[in-house]
Design a protein around this ligand. Sequence first.
Ligand code: SF4
Length: 434
Amino acid sequence: MGLDLGGKLAVLADAAKYDASCASSGAKGRRATAGGVGSTEGMGICHSYTPDGRCVSLLKLLLTNYCLYDCLYCVNRRSSDVRRARFTPEEVVRLTLDFYRRNYIEGLFLSSGIIRSPDYTMEALARVARTLRVEHDFQGYIHLKTIPHADPALVAEAGRWADRLSINVELPTAASLAALAPEKDLGAIRGAMASIRARIDESRDGSRDGSREGRGPELVQLKRAPKAPPPFAPAGQSTQLIVGATDASDATILDTATTLYAAHRLRRVYYSAFSPIPDASSLLPPVSPPLVREHRLYQADWLVRFYGFDAAELTTPQAPNLDLELDPKTAWALRHRELFPVDVNAAPRELLLRVPGMGVKSVDRLLAARRWRRVRAADLAALRVALRRALPFVVTADGPGGSRVLDAPDLRARLLGRRTQLDLFGGAPLRAAG
Ligand code: SF4
């Protein structure tokens, strides 16, 4: 191969950049012991882990970019003419510890092309995590990519040591997978997700089991019992969907994502805009989709998970793709003007969450504020409501908000800021929040 460790790092860190699923939401240290190598709760390393999946700094690598498979959208596919490299599991362990000790990273994201067989590759990935945990007491975050078609026992081994497991669906339909990644099988991928979910559930049920608390006569016996096994993938599982590699609409992509969330209780679905690759198949588009499409999918995903929207509400049969100019909630509200204006002093939480420009936090602040006083338009700004988007859709204590423009034919243009200023309050300038 002829590459030293630095050379391999250059190749395999670059090759990993196509995977979007690098966030480590909801991660806590694996055990209570602060001070172990890479502990995310000790050693003065500060994080804010949120269930919504903000990234921490991870060393993001492929174990190798050799691959037996020939997924057409992938730069590492068998037929691709790229420079190849391969780490040993021990080299990845060494790099992770090195980077961690220099405070460059808080964890490891490790994926791989498939070498020799799915089982061989999965075993090597699991070995990295096991070595870090067992031999080096590494308590940083570990996200392992699982290999389609690997033996479930090997995936189970990976989940003992990793915080998060993921398996990429990549394409939203079986037909598109058959066309572009014929060696992959959507049924097998979903089967692997189901088995990971079952193990996560089993592990959570076990940790909730009161017998582990050790009460009464059981306490003595439990004190002598062997240490409980580590939780299985405590930060859950995730997947990635590529956007724009096929003609799949946003409606199809969101439908697949919501099905996966429901069936396998995924923590996150990541949407990754397709990037054209060298010597690409003619089946692939020559250009990337607009990046804003990826952004709109994340916004729609958010609305489904936290705002009570059904994915099917966010597109229409006539327009199966999300509006690129307007956020999905505003686009939905424009299609449903008959449901507005909403009285901010009387509407229930679920209706307020549907008002453009109102986030979960601002709605909760509004609900708290209106217990004490009637909410006026000026109060909405203080509650960090995005007035430009919200005012046309609400009624406040001091007037109709901007609802008198609700039926204006140019409301869309106004919301897009294509008029100098929304003159909703007799000429008073608005603060364009959010
Ligand atoms: S299996 Fe993964 S690494 Fe291999 S070609 Fe397909 S997407 Fe690329």
